[in-house]
Design a protein around this ligand. Structure first.
Ligand code: HEM
Length: 142
């Protein structure tokens, strides 16, 4: 299933804003995630701190490129490998998604309209489902 043109346009249009506030959004995302889903903390403690701080920004950057999936295909593969190494599972995706979207709302306030949040939600889960499927293949092969 493909993303709507409207979603792609909103994501591409708002990506620079999200990147600009990336650090604040990232900090907030971890607060939300670890408060609501403390079981995810262990996954992150196994990764170098530098990279953990990048995650929110990285998700935003990749989601903004959902209309160029062919460009992303080799990175999707390396993301999936990385995730499988630290045992990221399908059930973690909604936890990160919810925490990220809430963080965007918390940081941007009223600028983050319902349309903007809905578009980012779609983009996140679109990419998330691609990763989940690739990770399932890798878990099955292992
Ligand atoms: C659409 C959703 C997601 C995208 C696009 C994404 C993307 C990435 C990328 C690109 C990296 C590598 C960063 C680097 O090499 O510097 C990474 C690492 C990581 N991801 Fe994800 N991720 C997603 C969802 C998740 C979820 C649901 C979890 C589980 C809570 C998770 C946990 C991690 C952790 C702990 C790392 C750091 C490990 C490392 O860099 O070795 N990610 N992710």
């Amino acid at each position: 299933m493909a993303l709507s043109k409207k979603t792609i346009e909103i994501c591409k249009g708002t990506a620079p804003l999200l990147v600009e506030y990336g650090e604040a959004i990232a900090t907030r995302m971890y607060e939300n995630l670890f408060t609501n889903y403390p079981q995810t903390r262990a996954l992150f403690s196994e990764a170098p701190e530098e990279q953990n701080k990048k995650l929110a920004g990285v998700i935003i950057a990749y989601s903004a490129n959902i209309d160029k999936l062919h460009v992303l295909s080799s990175t999707v593969d390396s993301m999936a490998k990385r995730h499988v190494k630290i045992n990221v599972k399908p059930e973690h995706y909604p936890m990160v998604g919810e925490s990220l979207l809430q963080a965007i709302k918390d940081v941007l306030g009223p600028v983050a309209s319902d349309d903007i949040i809905e578009a980012w939600k779609e983009a996140y889960f679109f990419l998330g489902n691609i990763l989940i499927s690739r990770e399932n293949d890798l878990y099955t092969m292992a």
